[in-house]
Design a protein around this ligand. Structure first.
Ligand code: SF4
Ligand code: SF4
Length: 235
């Protein structure tokens, strides 16, 4: 049932020749998985093959190298719901770490069996959770969408976005709005931007993941995306 005259080569058992990494056939626009690729497999393999083929197709459509693949089951998903709405709580709390309440010493010192750390009550636990910096939510920048209005640079509360001329790493680190002194933290450096040939440089160390850059950006060049990572067996 697979057409024979559309550039697909067939190999052993008269099955199509399929790349085991990309699931691409010898016709670059056609992908196979499951039974159609290598003969009888179970449904779980077929689903895993479909995921991999979908990654390849997405990369092909975006003109990317289909062999440059994400780690197994990693995913970046936009958190945008409306213009100013996010599916995660991005209100940054200024609270310092809350101290876990202890039992009264007049009681705990008298009895070794008394539990000393009482734990947070519901209200304290909620406030402590609000201190979360949403490290699983990433700022993702798409150069091609940026019109270099610099609005995101203006609104960022921690000055971690910079539009500057590219230079040596040493120079750049000194000349950012907030000097990037932690050499263990790589900088995000974009490709050269079309209009001014500057680059966008961001120091992740000072980002609060508040999403204000993505709210302000008129073109959607910034997006807030959750990074999901889950190991899955492919073969
Ligand atoms: S998420 Fe907030 S802190 Fe991070 S770059 Fe955007 S505006 Fe700045
Ligand atoms: S707000 Fe958007 S379009 Fe403007 S400079 Fe920032 S990323 Fe580029």
């Amino acid at each position: 049932w697979i057409e024979r005259d559309i550039g697909i080569e067939f190999g052993e058992w008269d099955m199509p020749v399929v790349d085991k990494v990309t699931f691409q056939s010898t016709n670059p626009k056609i992908f196979f998985g499951g039974d159609a690729a290598w003969g009888p497999e179970n449904i779980i393999w077929a689903a895993a093959h479909a995921h991999q083929a979908a990654i390849s197709i997405n990369k092909l459509f975006n003109g990317e190298d289909i062999y440059d693949r994400p780690e197994p089951e990693s995913n970046l998903v936009s958190q945008k719901m409306g213009v100013h709405e996010w599916s995660y709580d991005n209100d940054i709390s200024q609270a310092k770490r809350f101290i876990v309440p202890h039992a009264d010493q007049s009681i705990s010192l008298k009895d070794i069996k008394v539990e000393v750390e009482l734990g947070f009550d519901e209200k304290q636990a909620f406030e402590e959770a609000q201190r979360c910096l949403n490290c699983d939510v990433q700022t993702v920048f798409v150069e091609d969408l940026c019109i270099e209005c610099d609005a995101c640079e203006d609104i960022c509360p921690t000055d971690c976005i910079n539009f500057i001329d590219n230079s040596t790493e040493e120079d750049i680190r000194k000349n950012l709005r907030v000097p990037a002194l932690n050499l263990d933290q790589d900088l995000l450096v974009s490709e050269k931007l079309k209009q001014t040939q500057r680059v966008m440089i961001k120091d992740e160390d000072v980002c609060l993941h508040c999403g204000l850059c993505a709210e302000r950006c008129p073109t959607g060049a910034w997006d807030m995306q959750t990074y999901l990572y889950e190991e899955a067996k492919i073969y």
